[in-house]
Design a binder for this molecule. Sequence first.
Ligand code: ADP
Length: 474
Amino acid sequence: MRQLIGGEWIDSRNGRVFDSVSPWSGEVVATVAAGDQDDTRAAIEAAQQAFGPWSESLPHERQGIFLRAADELERRGDEVIALLAHETGCTRHFADIQLEFALSLLRQSAALPYASQGQLLPSDLPGTRAMAVRRPVGVVGAIAPWNAALTLSSRAVAGPIALGNTVVLKPSEHAPACGALLAEVFVAAGLPPGVLNLVTHGPGEAAFVGEELIANPLVRRINFTGSTTTGRRLAEAAGRHLKRMLLQLGGHNPLIVLDGVDLDYAVDAAVFGSFVHQGQVCMCARRIYVERPIAEEFSERFAARAASLPVGDPADPETVIGPVISRWALSTIARRVEEAVAHGARVLAGGEARPPCYPATVLVDVPPDVELAFDETFGPVVVIDAVEDRDEAVRRANASAFGMNAAVLAADAAQGMEVARRLDAGIVHVNDQTVNDEPQMPFGGTKDSGWGSFGVGFAVDEFTELQWVTTRDA
Ligand code: ADP
């Protein structure tokens, strides 16, 4: 599989390749160009060349391309779902969610070229007309993760391109073929050469691409979705280059369950929100706070459901828990669970790896100083704690370095809202679980979960800039 640079599918300049392998079977999904700094520089230059004409393209031309891209993606839907399973271990259910999101995103983004509007401003200088004109920023670097490879790569490129920017996309080394498929879809839709470029790289070599994207002065903005550790490192480098970033990072998301709630509903919602895609979604619930009167019954029913979730081949539509992305990820999850148990945690469900999977795992009595208790563990592991009242739930929910999202399940929606209002998170859901996304929403965290918002209309602020222009009567 090749890189897309300036409209041509090309090998890496250094001639190296690597294998993208299935996390379930270990089979080779694709042999991929192992790009490096030179390829990245070439892609940036191609994007810069394409920028002038693309930034002046007519809104309806861009709109047509996005609508055709959506149709093309839909036409290739079965292939996309199979690839997500094969390359990223994505279950059928989550692949359907990803496809639906991406189609909606592309179709909504088709309207974006018309949404980039400026303003006329009153001036106290006689005979002066003052304007705030919105302009695309130029070349945008887009760094995407593997976990929701389709939706998060689509989101990384759609807003910037629709608004007249050009893009260099760097997919994860765990999902290069998913990135290539997205690029093919845009090419088939008629996107001009150089508007979207794709650079792939081998395991452990992301920094060669990432550092060039950040340091190269032709790149004007970066959007990044991934871990807080990597995001922090990139933000430090971007600071040195005064480069603005949109950062979507990790979460350690609380789900609060209030007394009086319908327990069947609460258990269903919490199971989905904790374990969808094997817990490898930044929105997954990691901590569940339950009011004490219902804590025991909730925990028992939740754990029983968790234990019953089918584990196995992601291509089997019955599977709920597929493989985790890599052996390294599996060992991190196992180590953190073992550490919690060694410090007194009790396992209500799961708790032992079944390589390449980790079954849905529920823990109670987790002490506050083990990693599981305060850091994001990217797998199907959730901690339940009883709380005395709503104040304690809020206090504990907010006692986190992260602020991605939070959710409250309550019998009384007003009571749920009262709790939600006090939660320190970029996204809060009342009477829904934490994993919930639509392309038009202002998706973004606070604190260590990131800066800025993805969300179709919100992309205007992120990927255009204002120019103040005045004209004087002669
Ligand atoms: P995850 O745990 O989801 O894999 P990462 O933050 O490691 O999170 O990965 C998210 C994206 O960031 C991927 O595309 C990955 O290749 C990329 N990445 C990792 N390290 C760097 C780096 N030093 N520079 C640029 N990109 C990086």
